[in-house]
Design a protein around this ligand. Structure first.
Ligand SMILES: [Zn+2]
Length: 167
């Protein structure tokens, strides 16, 4: 049976490298990218690239994977002379989360972090500094999960391993 999809042709003198970079699942591909790529990323996620979304998106996605609170992002934004309210920062973070650009992580119920790494993974929490550090999904083996209540299913299992300095 013949294949209907044509193989991509690489023209002489051209390199396929940019295509490979865009196909990478990691946010590393976004590091140092021009603003137009960020605007395209927002559009692909169904978000109109407003000035404020682009400004916050730049702070969030241009530096590799990070875990950030709304308050910290607000400080960074005002420090970069982005005129924005804390309420708008909150709203934008939740819009990004709903669009799949961020993952929301609640620690202690009160502290909420927004994670630019949306792939499946777990976290160390360094209690002293409230810092989150990624643990690759394959390094955590959740052996026993109790039977869930009738009519419910497991949406996800998120492990937070709390760390403190040895006495
Ligand atoms: Zn993470």
């Amino acid at each position: 049976m013949s294949r209907l999809i044509a193989e991509p042709k690489i023209l002489p003198g051209r390199t396929a490298a940019p295509v490979v970079a865009r196909a990478m699942p990691s946010n590393d591909a976004m590091a140092g990218c021009p603003v137009h790529e960020l605007r395209a990323k927002l559009r692909r996620s169904g978000l109109r690239p407003t000035r404020q979304r682009v400004a916050l998106g730049w702070l969030l996605f241009a530096k590799g994977d990070r875990h950030i609170t709304a308050e910290r992002l607000y400080e960074e934004a005002t420090g970069s002379r982005v005129a924005i309210s804390l309420a708008t920062v909150y709203n934008t973070l939740h819009q990004f989360t709903e669009a799949g650009l961020l993952r929301e992580i609640s620690v202690d119920g009160s502290k909420t972090y927004f994670d630019t790494n949306t792939s499946r993974h777990h976290h160390f929490l360094i209690e002293e500094t409230n810092q989150l550090v990624d643990i690759p999904d394959e390094l955590v083996d959740v052996v026993c999960i109790p039977v869930v209540p009738e009519g419910m299913e497991i949406a996800s299992v998120d492990v937070v391993v709390r760390l403190r300095r040895k006495a």
